[in-house]
Write a protein that binds this ligand. Structure first.
Ligand SMILES: [Zn+2]
Length: 336
């Protein structure tokens, strides 16, 4: 791509943000300005190996990821560019994908970079979605943002956080996405991504994005009902419930003791292999929970109802007469 093109695109950032303020016909989207975004040409992306698929529908949610790379102290533009190139090389050469999998990347230094080609142009248009490769099953409906670092036990840099908030507000404004529709990768897959700490900050992110859009997100609605992540060494009623559900699913070797042991992790891996989940890793997250937590009616007995009872006993919730997806999420969240 020519240098002239880069300059022109860079100049357009401010203009596009202003245009975004004009709501789409028949909608009432609040607008937020875009942060500066470096397009693929600006950070020296390779050409995509196949045509990028663009679908004519708006995404309905945002997925937050972490790159699971070191929490570097180099906050420079150069470090951001090389991060984006490294991810693209990994996705194309090792995964065999046509381009970067995520739509956008944010560096620890607060640089926002386009991931997959066309993601920026399509976002500015506000009517279409680039098919990504950041979370199977969500790639047509969710914008994926990779945040540089590993946030299992530490917070992102302040400047990364600021850009993430601005980026989410801009995306929500462009597409009319509610701030409550910001999720973590683990909400849909058996993964620890985006790390316990950054995942725990998502309610704050929803609230701040709501504020940026002038749409106050009140109290409990910042905390989206979701599936908890369970891993080895976890303990408590949620583990106990999972043990009952694994037994209900045929893994009768699992002991019900409320402790996630190495043998339990092995049983989870077998369950995952049987169900052909994307990851076979012994972690129960957003992909395995819906497979385990089948609907239960009060009084039907069996392991599944015992799972419900284990959760009700350690929460202030009353036992629902029918436990479907939402009730399972509520019970699992309340019992933690
Ligand atoms: Zn992820």
């Amino acid at each position: 791509m020519s240098a002239a093109r880069i300059t022109r695109r860079s100049l357009l950032v401010g203009g596009a943000a202003l245009l975004a303020g004009a709501a789409l016909p028949g909608t009432a989207h609040a607008a937020a300005p875009a942060p500066p975004i470096l397009d693929c040409a600006a950070w020296g992306a390779r050409p995509n190996s196949r045509i990028v698929n663009v679908v004519t529908q708006r995404p309905v949610k945002i997925l937050v990821h972490h790159t699971a790379t070191p929490n570097v102290v180099d906050l420079s533009r150069g470090a951001a560019d090389s991060l984006a190139r490294g991810i693209q090389n990994f996705h194309m050469d090792r995964r065999g994908w046509l381009d970067s999998g995520q739509h956008f990347t944010i560096s620890r230094g607060g640089f926002v970079l386009e991931g997959r080609h066309r993601s920026l142009e399509v976002l500015r248009g506000g009517r279409q979605q680039v098919e990504g490769a950041h979370c199977t099953g969500q790639n047509f409906v969710a914008v994926g943002i990779e945040n540089e670092g590993t946030y299992t036990d530490t917070e992102p840099t302040g400047v990364l956080w600021d850009r993430l908030r601005e980026m989410c507000a801009y995306i929500c404004g462009q597409y009319g996405i509610a701030p409550t529709e910001i999720y973590g990768h683990r909400d849909f897959k058996d993964t620890l991504c985006p790390g316990d700490v950054l995942y725990g900050m998502l309610p704050r992110l929803r609230g701040e994005v709501g504020d940026a859009l002038g749409r106050r997100v009140e109290g409990s609605s910042v905390r989206a009902a979701s599936w908890p992540v369970l891993r080895e060494d976890d303990r408590g009623p949620v583990v106990r419930a999972a043990q009952h559900l694994l037994r209900a699913a045929g893994r009768t070797e699992v002991a019900v003791d409320g402790a996630f042991s190495a043998p339990m992790a092995e049983s989870v891996r077998r369950f995952q292999a049987d169900h052909a989940t994307e990851e076979v890793n012994g972690i129960i997250g957003g992909e395995s929970w819906p497979l385990l937590a089948a609907p239960v009616r009060a009084g039907e007995g069996g392991e599944a109802e015992q799972a419900v009872e284990a959760l009700v006993a350690s929460s202030s919730m009353r036992p629902p007469s029918t436990v479907g997806r939402q009730e399972w999420m509520q019970l699992l969240t309340a019992a933690r």
